[in-house]
Design a protein around this ligand. Structure first.
Ligand SMILES: [Zn+2]
Length: 234
């Protein structure tokens, strides 16, 4: 049987009160083509559910437990970190020139360099742990062959954005983020957890545009708690 410690640990973290942080892609609402009414579906929803969920930067056990488990060095064969960076256009003239010279045809061409080409800035970056076998297989491929997917970028975006690939020996990350540790170690401590508690309330909410009840205003809720904490006790 496959090793599922990462999934078990993710579910245990729910028991401690932590909420999901991944972006939902399957569940949500779809529109009936005849009646135009919205109905809930568990697969291939037109309007993704839980789009109010906070989108934290970096890997996390509540976002992608398989990825985080690897980055924490807990997969026995994890030896390298592969970082994929998408470059966004910052100077239209230079970008146009670069695309004409380098991105004709296929478009999605990972480059083995650490800096975005001139005219572009690094917009989006993600890391995953890979084994020595995958590392050497990737190095054997010519630069310009892409075979991993870049989360959060649609195919039309990939065609416009140069993608960088870089490898580094794996330096294990912490398994839990500070927001997770504080929520577990200091339950009900608003001084430490206010921002996380407020953001977490949006984890199971869906915006009105996506057919749900709407997102909570995180800034207003945070300010209200802050004001309550600052008020003198009677
Ligand atoms: Zn979960």
């Amino acid at each position: 049987m496959e090793n599922q410690c990462d999934t078990v640990f993710h579910e245990l973290l729910h028991v401690t009160g932590l909420t999901d942080e991944y972006q939902e892609t399957q569940k949500g609402y779809s529109r009936n083509p005849r009646s135009h009414s919205l109905h809930w579906t568990d697969h291939q929803a037109q309007l993704a559910a839980y789009d109010c969920r906070p989108n934290y930067v970096g890997s996390s056990m509540m976002k992608d437990e398989h990825e985080k488990w690897g980055l924490a060095g807990l997969n026995p064969d994890a030896q390298w970190t592969l970082t994929t960076t998408a470059c966004q256009c910052a100077n239209p003239t230079l970008c146009q020139r670069y695309r004409q010279e380098h991105m004709t045809g296929f478009g999605f061409q990972p480059l083995r360099q650490s800096q975005c080409p001139e005219g572009f800035t690094a917009a989006f970056s993600e890391s995953q742990a890979i084994s020595e076998k995958i590392h050497s297989e990737m190095l054997a491929l010519p630069s310009g062959v892409g075979f991993h997917d870049t989360h959060g970028l649609s195919p039309d975006k990939l065609i416009e954005m140069p993608i960088l690939e870089s490898f580094a020996p794996l330096v294990p990350e912490n398994l839990l983020e500070p927001r997770h540790l504080n929520a577990i170690l200091y339950p009900n401590c608003l001084a430490k957890n206010n921002a996380y508690y407020v953001e977490s309330q949006n984890s199971k909410r869906t915006s009105v545009q996506h057919g749900g009840q709407g997102c909570l205003n995180v800034d207003l809720l945070q300010a209200a708690t802050q004001a309550r904490l600052a008020a003198p006790l009677n």
